[in-house]
Design a protein around this ligand. Structure first.
Ligand code: DC
Length: 233
């Protein structure tokens, strides 16, 4: 012990990274966890979804990386906190948050998120927000690329089938009839694209705390993350 203690202000300005594959519960768990420890929450997936929505709206072919880059450069966007501990995204003056989870965006977002220029723009904004501290950031490359110095990096995971069953349950609860096997296939396709791309692929940081949520309830995961946070706070 050198007697050095973090001051209250530094204590509150830490950043926490949560990464993991699609439907690993990062966003819902991350939001509840952030609210439990009194931190801000940033869902970086929404930013890539906004870039995708904007490209599609502008009639851009999402497989044309040059055109996708130009559309992202021209997009005016900001991420704001909503009233429920989550985020809203304003694109060119319009709140587009409710449009970001359509199947069209789901199907195209991995291609857009693989474009280097798009990632540069998003990562710059994410680092700016991280600089303000006291934030839980959720994504695919947060612990490996965006804030590799974060004192707590969590990698949330579960088998593809468990994740597909959870998403299927959500769809049914919303009154949407979707085949479990279709969800599983689309999710595995996204996982493969996100983890095999050249730029910032999905993988746990070397020093990430890997949390396998297969046999844990939502509350148990939030409790577990809170225990991990107590070790650094
Ligand atoms: O977490 P999500 O499903 O909303 O993410 C949407 C897509 O964005 C996902 O296919 C991968 C990409 N993404 C990324 O590449 N890097 C991040 N930090 C967050 C999301």
């Amino acid at each position: 012990m050198n007697g050095y203690r973090l001051s209250e202000t530094e204590f509150e300005r830490l950043t926490i990274a949560i990464d993991g594959p699609a439907v690993s519960g990062k966003s819902s768990v991350g939001k509840a966890f952030a609210s439990r420890i009194g931190y801000r929450f940033l869902d970086t997936g929404l930013m890539y979804r906004a870039a995708t929505w904007n490209a599609v709206q502008s009639g851009v072919d999402v497989n044309n990386s040059g055109a996708v880059s130009v559309a992202a450069e021209q997009m005016q966007f900001s991420v704001v906190d909503d009233n429920h501990g989550g985020n809203s995204i304003i694109v060119n003056g319009e709140d587009v948050t409710a449009q970001l989870h359509s199947t069209q965006v789901d199907d195209s977002v991995s291609a857009v998120a693989a474009v280097g220029r798009v990632r540069e723009i998003m990562v710059a904004e994410q680092r700016r927000l991280a600089g303000e501290g006291g934030i839980v950031m959720v994504g695919r490359d947060i612990g490996t690329v965006v804030i590799p110095d974060a004192p707590l990096k969590i990698y949330l995971t579960a088998t593809a089938r468990t994740r597909a069953i959870r998403r299927h349950r959500d769809f049914l609860a919303e009154g949407n009839e979707v085949e479990l096997e279709d969800i599983l296939r689309s999710m595995e396709r996204r996982d493969l694209m996100d983890s095999s791309r050249d730029d910032s692929p999905l993988r746990p940081a070397d020093d990430a705390r890997v949390v396998d949520t297969d046999d844990l309830s939502f509350d148990q995961v939030v409790d577990h993350l809170t225990e991990l946070a107590k070790e650094i706070l």
